[in-house]
Design a protein around this ligand. Sequence first.
Ligand code: NAD
Length: 278
Amino acid sequence: MNVPTVTLNSGYEIPQLGFGVFLVPADEAEKAVSEALEVGYRHIDTAAIYRNEEGVGAAIAKSGIPRDELFITTKLWNDRQAGEEPHAAIRESLDKLGLDHVDLYLTHWPTPEKDTYLNAWQKLIEIRDAGLSRSIGVSNHLPEHLDRLVAETGVVPAVDQIELHPAHQQADVTAWAEQRGVKIESWGPLGQGKYPLFENAAVAAAAEAHGKSPAQVVIRWHLQRGFIVFPKSVRRERMAQNLDVFDFELTADEVRAIDAIDPGDGSGRVGSHPLEFN
Ligand code: NAD
């Protein structure tokens, strides 16, 4: 499977399409990730808070796939941003994953009330310098958080992983990222099944025109917009379907019609607001 890669500001390449494991229970993660690797995924997105890093690690170990062919992301949970905690947290994640480094380590949320996200970022820089993560980035950070991190440390995150799908495109964050060479990763790329994206007329029309499923059209929209994306499914046929998006291209008109799904007032958001999640 030839998945295109995106070059991060660290110089490392990330497969633009991967497999996410949010809400995959610990006892199902090994099977799900094993199947995802069999189907052809080489980029896995997990997090300490998903409590399935051990299953992800077991699947990686059993796969026999050379480490340098895999791209593994995990995330620092919010209650471990203070003091030296991030150093302990990455070592625990690496132990669970059975790896000596991850490819990308992210701070999960800015949790502005705690005001520890800058400390977390400073520790991630040390973690990168110690070779425990090749690239470092953030998640759910708004321009005001990003500006502060860059002003205080001079280190620009490789990615910002944000809720992003046609109904919630976060133009302010993507514009900030574009200007500074930060890559956007879309979480909830299919709207987590909570937003009726698949029934949307623009999505349905493109699916019909290309003989593809609505999910494939939405994934293709992310790829053509330049976002990094890792839809989640524990069903093997959907894993395969979500990866089978490189034999068609949305027209510029189709992309524009899907762009227009965003109501523009934030009401398409399906997850938490970064300023309110503490
Ligand atoms: P998603 O948008 O990928 O939706 C997943 C749901 O879509 C599945 O449970 C399934 O019901 C449905 N689905 C998947 N493939 C389908 C198909 N082909 N046809 C029909 N339905 C299909 O939502 P997500 O899992 O929340 O997001 C993807 C990944 O993003 C996560 O697994 C996780 O790795 C990451 N994530 C990160 C954060 C964060 O705060 N950084 C938050 C949520 C998710």
